[in-house]
Design a protein around this ligand. Sequence first.
Ligand code: T3D
Length: 258
Amino acid sequence: MYQTILYELAQGVTKITLNRPDKFNAFTQQMNKEIVTALKQADKDPDVRCIVITGAGKSFNAGQDLGEVEGVEIDYGGFLRNRYNPMIVQVRETEKPVIAAVNGVAAGAGMSLALACDIRLVSEKASFTDVFIQIGLVPDSGGCYFLPRIVGIGKALELAMTGDKVSAEEAYRIGLANRVFSAQDFEQEVMAYAGKLAKLPTKGIGLIKRTMYKGLESGLQETLEYEAYAQDIAGSTEDHKEGVRAFFEKRPPVFQGR
Ligand code: T3D
């Protein structure tokens, strides 16, 4: 069904692999579209309780495929509105945790995609580069939104203005990476981490995602009210009941994700 990505589901975790390794998994129009479709598919499927986005081969993603745009007159605004913005919005609207498993370099819009994900797990061989400026462009695909929120405005401006490469170690130090794993164990560690998330109350995690991102945009009163609204929903889930029951029965809870 997919031509530029791989879609695999096992034990509650969907792995979406960007699969153009000879081009460092650079985005084509087809790939932008397929990522949106795959995220919607995973969001709708009750068997999916965590989503991992990773890259095939040596890199995570090198941004726009420059071969596709070289020498072509481009309506840059339209390009982003039609291709990249829907992809980024879909990552955020997906009511399941989305992990970027950054196996190698994440450049340009590839870095922005990783930033849009909820959690970034990084191989020791990974790096990030906000490479846009090196071709005279502005960070897009949410880069100007996510980066200052994750690392602070001073560091964000530095990374965007220079396009300098950030190593995995530095990414962890500045809060860009949640965890760094050895390259050898990377896939196994990522799947173990994702597997743990997939066993937690999925509905509750979706509500945390929605409420916390909304909190970033709102004042205290509005956030308090939204928390109350979200808690009404979380409080009526089977997983909430199971959590309380398990506490009193002194056993580990078994969450079903609903
Ligand atoms: O129209 C618009 O552009 C608007 C949309 C913007 C969204 C964006 O993402 S703009 C940013 C576009 N991306 C870039 O400018 C990144 C270009 N690539 C690089 O700077 C470097 O390749 C990397 C830093 C990503 C990796 O460097 P390195 O030294 O590890 O690898 P390499 O040798 O440069 O690349 C390896 C191969 O991947 C190479 O192919 P070859 O020569 O072995 O056949 C290279 O051409 C290919 N590749 C890497 N990036 C792209 C690419 N091919 C097409 N498009 C790419 N973006």
